[in-house]
Design a protein around this ligand. Sequence first.
Ligand code: RRO
Length: 306
Amino acid sequence: MSAKVATEIVGLQLRNPFILAAGILGISGQTLRRVAEAGAGAVVTKSLGLEPRIGFPNPTIVETPCGLLNAMGLPNPGLGVLREEVEEARKTNVPVIASVYGCCESDYAEAASLAEKAGADAVELNVSCPHVKEVGKQIGQDPDAVASVTASVKGRVKFPVIVKLTPNVTDIVGIAKKTAEAGADAIAAINTVSGISIDIDVQRPILAAGAGGLSGPAIKPIALRCIYEIHSEVDIPLVGCGGITTWSDAVEFFLAGASAVQVGTAIMYRGLEVFSELEKGVKEYLESKRFESISQLVGLACRNGS
Ligand code: RRO
């Protein structure tokens, strides 16, 4: 029996459920295209705002034993570049999802509208950057603010709206419920986990910004728990993100309730081949367990409750 890895989420047809996560290689149309050519099922751009932004000074990345700590500070050229990037990436026929951020509801609505006009297939609202206070974090940690931003964006655009949540909260499930009630088409979880690394020679945090966001294998169990708990309470599709490196990591996320997964830091460890490795491994798993498609896996681990 040949199992099917092609899938659908928020109306987008994906040849596989492995999506490039925001911020990693999503810096230009050409890099998005390279990732798509390497086998990703969809690509998410770097988070873009209404105006260009320089970001934080170096150092902006530190390697830790089980992941990367970053405080890039949202460097981006602004939404003005998106049309050209989408056109370039589109040559591969892979859906392009625009990640956008803002300081307030109206910024997000305007940013999402520009992304739609630029030709993106969907928008991902970044309300979850862990270390840029004025954008993302302040909104993402307040359930009512996430709901208002989501509702405003939904009132302004016709294409699908995915909301990426932060794990740096006490109750991600409560936020997810409000996000779904506000009309989000899907939830992506999680953004990076807030952390610090210290240089013991100079006795100061290594990152210029002090704290940063941890990604990679260290955060996989946290992300998996978030997806598992959200899946039990929320009906809209979920996109898992956080430490997915191998095909078995991806299978865990599907079993916890994700319909698709995002891959970011794993590209640093395994190169762009990670996308074809994930596809091959998951397909073989499906066939060995006699499943016909990914959708049959989604949420299976939640059958007996938590
Ligand atoms: O640019 C960043 O520093 C950054 C962003 Br926007 C984000 O959403 N998550 C993260 O870990 N870093």
